[in-house]
Design a protein around this ligand. Structure first.
Ligand code: ZN
Ligand code: ZN
Length: 411
């Protein structure tokens, strides 16, 4: 365990910069039993920041795993009213949400993928109003992370458990810009400024499409939705509060035009989906849709992801991250999207973020769908950036602009 003061700094960062908890606001901490240390400190910091009431949603990955293994598929699809009511209650309170991620990669590899998929769909359907609340940034939300021994051992297989946990803690803290001698809150203000400057440059170009190419075989055109908005760094929630959805974050991202992706993309890092690590995979797109794909590892899980619903075969996010980024430079494969997606250009299969198109947050999802917003129950990011990635943007007046050269931003 790192020094207590570092954990306090991370908790304070989650509360003040991540969710930016307001005086008298309700706070919901969504955590697993693996992350009690950080959950307790966040609860304390939230109260110190003036929270009215800190609510906690606990989960336990191991019990969830047993349930998926042994409960019937019918049982797994029952979502009791009180669960929906709980989410509705938090929405009614205008609460903000702090999630603590601590994956256990590979835990569900012995689970029937159809069971994971059906139970996932059932809960997603039951609380779709909550998903829209959060994805529509109606209130503030953020995700931070704490290690667990199984995860740490997979990231650092050569170390013993205690050393691995310590090393993963330090990597998480460093990636989150928390060090012994710094003021993370001030550093995040500067970091946000840099991300916003890049959003501005990209928004000014207003590209029609981006063309990605590298030596691994990626040759892909991603059309961007008309009136798209590049985002990254802090956001303003519907309630007017500035917040940072992800700690860490390094990305500038926007909305693809649903039917405008074509060509092939080759992934450069594994994708952790429902506890399975899909690896060494590629996807072929035509008119926005995945028309062919393969994976050397866990192809079935990829099939399940793609077949979740109509929108899971289309992409909803395209994100640019320089290969030279603090997370990428750690050279650690975190086996978790929150970190790995910030080391590399990525895209997401599934739903888009309404904020990535002008007026998107004030427009009904049904209306957004007509202009090329992709809707889906899933949003699964996968990485395809590389040190030789070249990106060329095409403007509406036919100009080609180099956006990335040798893996890094050149604009
Ligand atoms: Zn992203
Ligand atoms: Zn994403």
């Amino acid at each position: 365990m790192p020094k207590k003061e570092l954990i306090v700094k991370l908790a304070e960062l989650a509360v003040k910069v991540g969710a930016n908890v307001q005086k008298n606001q309700d706070v919901v901490i969504r955590t697993s039993t693996e992350t009690k240390t950080l959950a307790r400190e966040i609860a304390k910091q939230a109260y110190l920041a003036g929270a009215k009431h800190v609510h906690v949603q606990w989960s336990d990955e191991y019990i969830s795993h047993e349930t998926l293994l042994h409960a019937s598929i019918e049982e797994l699809q029952i979502v009791p009213e009180w669960i929906k009511n709980q989410y509705q209650h938090y929405v009614d309170l205008g609460a903000c949400f702090i999630s603590i991620a601590s994956p256990i990669p590979g835990l569900n590899k012995d689970v029937d993928p159809v069971k994971s998929q059906k139970s996932g769909i059932a809960i997603q359907k039951a609380i779709s109003f909550f998903r829209e609340f959060l994805m529509g940034n109606k209130s503030q939300w953020t995700i931070v992370s704490e290690p667990n021994p199984v995860w740490a051992k997979q990231v650092f297989p050569d170390l013993d458990e205690e050393e691995a946990v310590e090393k993963l803690w330090l990597a998480i803290l460093e990636a989150s810009r928390v060090t012994e001698n710094n003021d993370p809150i001030k550093e995040w203000q500067e970091h946000n400024k840099r991300l916003l400057a890049h959003n501005k440059i990209l928004n000014n170009y207003n590209f029609k499409h981006l063309h990605f190419k590298n030596s691994l075989g990626t040759d892909l055109i991603v059309e961007l939705v008309k009136n798209h908005v590049w985002a990254g760094g802090g956001e303003v929630a519907g309630n007017g509060t500035y917040f940072n959805p992800n700690i860490p974050t390094e990305e500038n991202f926007t909305m693809p035009y649903k039917w405008g992706t074509r060509g092939r993309v080759v992934a450069t890092k594994p994708l952790n989906y429902q506890g399975k690590l899909i690896d060494q995979f590629w996807l072929e797109f035509k008119d926005g849709q995945v028309v062919d794909y393969d994976a050397k590892v866990e192809k079935n899980a990829l099939t399940n992801l793609l077949e979740t619903d109509e929108g899971s075969k289309y992409i909803g996010e395209i994100a640019l991250i320089s290969h030279e980024s603090p997370i990428s430079n750690t050279n650690i494969l975190f086996l978790n999207t929150l970190f790995d997606e910030n080391a590399s250009c990525h895209m997401a299969l599934g739903r888009a973020y309404p904020m990535n198109v002008k007026n998107g947050l004030n427009t009904e999802i049904k209306e957004l769908e007509k202009i090329g917003y992709n809707n889906s129950m899933v949003h699964s990011d996968f990485m395809f950036g590389s040190k030789d990635m070249e990106i060329v943007g095409l403007t509406y007046d036919g100009k080609e602009v180099k956006v990335f050269e040798k893996g890094n931003f050149v604009i």
